[in-house]
Design a protein around this ligand. Structure first.
Ligand code: ASN
Length: 296
């Protein structure tokens, strides 16, 4: 494990946390056991096999796949801007063992902003990424020179591509082809997926993923669904167990869920891209690779 990689990780985390703090965000601590978690379903590019449950004091709890439900809950409590450095457990298919990009435990910088729409969220996320990277070649001069001298500081606004157009153009292998085509971070928008991502009357999904050249997706998010009828209809359509989401649904029923948008940035992948390493195990001293034995 190269020390320079951890130095860069510390630097970008500090820069982003400082930026969020200046923008009025509160830092919420993560939970790893909950009554419910992100179903991560349906997701056209997902490969999570199962959630993990444990029984604690006679109650079945599940390990966090993401804190999306908790974020919407906090927004409903009038916490308008929040972030969490959130460990996520995602039991990926074993076939993801050799991708060099998958961990079954990783950390995301997960944030949510009340009354933002998808476009405002994308502009905000670009500013957050730039807060991390703007001065990296000066402040982390030696580290970047050693690890990834060719690293290009991106220039927002990032290009946007519709998910449906990419599938039409490239077929099933769209993801591999897409990341070979782009030369700077790019948005994929309008992705058909989770109940909590906003879909409008025209059927357009107001969500987004951020992709970087060579590595692929590093961030995922969306404007949120907050209306009771729409949440129920989508959960029913997806076959989601509504009992598990009773707190969220009760808030929605009482009109207490609020419009918001947010996203989660995968820290390990973000650092991989900046440092230019080949495998995700190079940025995490304790890597949890699908199908591999955990050493420590
Ligand atoms: N954190 C993501 C979001 O805010 C959700 C996820 O990780 N699946 O939309």
């Amino acid at each position: 494990m190269k020390k320079e990689i951890l130095t860069i990780q510390s630097y970008v985390l500090t820069r982003m946390v400082n930026y969020l703090h200046k923008q009025g965000f509160v830092w919420v601590l993560p939970v790893i056991l909950s009554k419910t978690t992100d179903p991560l379903f349906p997701d056209p590019s997902g490969s999570v096999e199962k959630g993990l449950e444990v029984e604690v004091y006679g109650q079945k709890l599940t390990l966090t796949q993401s804190m999306i439900v908790h974020k919407q809950y906090m927004i409903a409590q009038n916490i308008d801007r929040l972030f969490i450095l959130s460990p996520n457990i995602r039991i990926e298919r074993e076939s993801r063992k050799n991708t060099g990009k998958h961990l079954f435990e990783f950390t995301q910088l997960d944030f949510e902003i009340a009354n933002f729409n998808d476009v405002e969220a994308r502009r905000f996320i670009e500013k957050l990424i730039m807060a991390a990277l703007r001065y990296i070649k000066i402040d982390m001069n030696l580290e970047i020179k050693n690890l990834n001298p060719g690293f290009k500081i991106p220039k927002p606004p990032f290009k946007e591509y519709k998910y449906g157009d990419l599938v039409k153009k490239y077929g099933d292998e769209w993801e591999t082809k897409f990341i070979e085509t782009i030369d700077s971070p790019s948005w994929i928008i309008d992705i058909p997926r989770y109940f909590y991502d906003m879909q409008d009357e025209q059927g357009v999904w107001h969500n987004y993923d951020l992709y970087v050249p060579k590595y692929g997706e590093i961030l995922s998010g969306g404007q949120r669904e907050y209306q009771y009828d729409k949440l129920i209809a989508k959960m029913d359509k997806d076959g989601i167990n509504k009992d598990k989401y009773d707190v969220l649904l009760n808030l929605a029923k009482e009109g207490k869920l609020r419009p918001s948008a947010g996203a989660g940035l995968g820290i390990e992948r973000f650092v991989m891209w900046i440092t230019g390493v080949n495998k995700i195990s190079e940025v995490q001293p304790f890597p949890r690779i699908p199908g591999e034995k955990v050493e420590l």
